[in-house]
Design a protein around this ligand. Structure first.
Ligand code: PMP
Length: 305
C-alpha cells in the first residue's frame, strides 16, 4: 500500500503518501503498544460525511489513556485531521485509519521518555466481507484461539497488540475456507468476531454478548442498539453460549469495516433459514439509511468533510 499517490496526515501535517514512514527502531513495532481506529466516511446527499467521527475520536483517546499514552493533539485536531485526509485524497466514500504509536527515541519495554505520534490515512474500501456476504450471509467458524481475558490485555482499548489474536483466529479459519472467525471468551462464552461484534436473533428478540465477554464496545454495535429501539425490537445484552448461536433464527456481525454482515453458518451448522434473516435485513437497511444520510434523526452522527 506504500507506493501510491495521495496524502497522509502525520503528526500535524499532510505529507506525501510515499513519504509517510517510520524508523525500524520504532517502539510500537517491537512491543505492540499502540492504538488505532477504523472509521468510515459515506457519500450523502449533502456531501461526504464521516460516520460517528466524535465517538471514534473519543474511543481513540480512551484507548490511549488505557495504554498510558498521552496524545500530543486535541480531539478537535484529530477530528479535523480525519476530515482533512478525506478531502486531500478526494475520496467520496472511504475507510479512515487513525493510528497512534510510540516513537524511536529509545528501546526497552518501558516507553517512558519516548515520543507519541499520530497518523491518519484514508482509502476506498468496499464491503469488508464481500458484497455477496452482505446479501447471502457469511460462513463463520469458532476459532480454537480464545479471545482476550479482560485482565490480560485491555479489551475496551482498540490496541495494536490485541489484533495478533484476531489475526491468528482469522487466518486459522480462512485457511479452512471460512469467511471469518468467532472467538469465545476464556470461560467459553461467545465474545466477538476477529474484527466484529456479534448479534443473534431468537423468537424476535435480539441478543448480543455483554462487554464482560471481552468484546470491543463497537460503535456499530451501539448504532444497532439505537436501530433496534427505533424498530421496536427488544435487545438483551447477556452471556451467550456457542450452541445458542447454532439454534438462533438469525445472526449477524457488526463493525465499521464489516458494517452489518449476516452470518448464514457457524461451524458448518446452518443458522435459521441459512441466508440473511428478515430482522437482519431490516437492521441492515436502517443502518445504510443512517450512514448515507437518509434518516434525519441521526443527522448529528454525520460530520461533513
Ligand atoms: N470487535 C473488534 C475486535 C473489532 O476490531 C471491531 C472493529 N473496530 C469491532 C468489534 C467493531 O467495532 P466498531 O463497530 O466500532 O467498528
Amino acid at each position: 500500500m506504500a507506493d501510491r499517490d495521495g496524502k497522509i496526515w502525520m503528526d500535524g501535517q499532510l505529507v506525501e503518501w510515499r513519504d509517510a514512514k517510520v524508523h525500524v527502531l520504532t517502539h510500537t513495532l517491537h512491543y505492540g503498544c499502540g492504538a488505532f481506529e477504523g472509521v468510515r466516511a459515506y457519500k450523502t446527499e449533502r456531501g461526504t460525511a464521516i460516520f460517528r467521527l466524535e465517538e471514534h475520536t473519543e474511543r481513540l483517546f480512551n484507548s490511549a489513556k488505557i495504554l498510558r499514552m498521552k496524545l500530543p493533539f486535541t480531539k478537535e485536531q484529530v477530528n479535523e485531521a480525519q476530515k482533512a485526509v478525506v478531502r486531500a485524497n478526494g475520496l467520496e466514500s472511504c475507510y479512515i485509519r487513525p493510528l497512534t504509536w510510540i516513537g524511536d527515541k529509545k528501546l526497552g519495554v518501558s516507553p517512558k521518555g519516548n515520543t507519541i505520534h499520530l497518523m491518519v490515512a484514508a482509502w476506498s474500501w468496499g464491503a469488508y466481507l464481500g458484497e455477496e456476504g452482505m446479501k447471502r450471509g457469511i460462513r463463520v467458524k469458532t476459532s480454537s484461539y480464545t479471545r482476550h481475558h479482560v485482565n490480560i490485555t485491555m479489551t475496551q482499548a482498540k490496541t495494536v497488540s490485541n489484533y495478533t489474536n484476531s489475526i491468528l483466529a482469522n487466518m486459522e479459519v480462512t485457511d479452512e475456507g471460512y469467511d471469518e472467525a468467532l472467538l469465545l471468551d476464556p470461560s467459553g462464552f461467545v465474545s466477538e468476531g476477529a474484527g466484529e461484534n456479534i448479534f443473534i436473533v431468537k423468537n424476535g428478540v435480539i441478543y448480543t454478548p455483554d462487554l464482560s465477554a471481552g468484546a470491543l464496545n463497537g460503535i456499530t454495535r451501539n448504532t444497532v442498539l439505537h436501530i433496534a429501539k427505533d424498530l421496536g425490537l427488544e435487545v438483551v445484552q447477556k452471556r451467550i453460549t456457542r450452541d445458542e448461536v447454532y439454534i438462533a433464527d438469525e445472526a449477524f456481525f457488526t463493525g465499521t469495516a464489516a458494517e452489518v454482515t449476516p452470518i448464514r453458518e457457524l461451524d458448518r451448522i446452518e443458522l435459521g433459514s441459512g441466508s440473511r434473516g428478515p430482522i437482519t435485513e431490516r437492521i441492515q437497511n436502517a443502518f445504510f439509511d443512517i450512514v448515507n444520510g437518509r434518516n434525519p434523526k441521526y443527522a448529528h452522527w454525520l460530520s461533513l468533510v
